[in-house]
Design a protein around this ligand. Sequence first.
Ligand code: SF4
Length: 375
Amino acid sequence: MINYLYIHLPFCIKKCIYCDFLSVPYDNLFARRYVEALEREFFLRKEITGKLKSVYIGGGTPTVLSAESFARLFASLRESFEFYPDAEITVEANPGTIDEDKIQILLSLGVNRLSVGVQSFVDKELLTLGRTHSSDEALRAVDIVKKSGVKNFSIDLIYAIPGQTPESWEYTISRALEFSPEHISTYELTPEHGTPLHEALKEKKLMMPGEEIIVEMYSYTIDTLTGAGYRHYEISNFAKEGLECIHNLNYWNRGEYIGIGAGAHSFWSDKRIKNTGDIKKYIELLNYNQLPIDESIEISCEDALKEIIFLGLRKTEGINMRSIKEELGVKLHEAAKDLLKEGLIEIDGSYLRLARKGLVLSNEIIVRLFEKLGI
Ligand code: SF4
């Protein structure tokens, strides 16, 4: 039985220039029809879902939804699924779409973790990213969340923004730390193909900061956040002791999960399954009580090994080499000998992890390990 549930809400006020997530402009009526479709998918999925340890509502911007839609969504969630009393229930919240009332309603519905998409506390950078909120709105949003009494909240930030400097990144980090959030995520901006950011870089309308500056920003992040008492538990994630995001840890541990909603991914019984990304089709299929599956891929042993390495190296705990040897007969430490000599990885008991020097070279290290293993 599967204990982790993701729900995708694909609505935003406006598309950010770097975004390649599934999201469309918010429309109240369309969103209501979408929530009805989600309810139908809950019903169709409940057979394979066990008692829930975590529910993560992501997007999009889930908090564009009205309080009534959230109330309906949660009523239906609780009707379809059982929850552990201490289940982690996260909602992603964006500045400009939350106020005290909405947050209180979310908490009354059982939400106990909020992940606030701040990205930067510098107006110029927010404008470059095409975010709809200002730095003042971001500060107000985090203040509301902090004062709401929520048990656990995270601030999401982005570095390597065109025009960003190490000083402006230090400023953003320091403003985030003033709120003492339980969790901070810091993502390096990646220009994905097909996004306006990618185009703007190609046409030289924008320029990414140089590689050295990006490494400097990342190193600063690790030093400052660990110095402030946060545990660096995943390449991009930091948490106060015991407040790591259990939902995301399940992904990195290659645990099973169900994804509900348009474009959502699921993983169970050694299959990676993807729902249709066509939101209208998603609603239509569920109107006929049909599962909205677009793709279902069986994971081979080789794929599983790749996933274990790729996901496991994201965690600072690393990969358990003993279990890989027992389950797949693969001797990872032999494949990693050269990387160890170069100081890019560390071995601690049966765990293999990226060394500090290797954290910024994770993609290259993964490719080298795959080559050594012949996969
Ligand atoms: S708010 Fe998030 S999901 Fe929405 S457009 Fe921006 S990056 Fe994409």
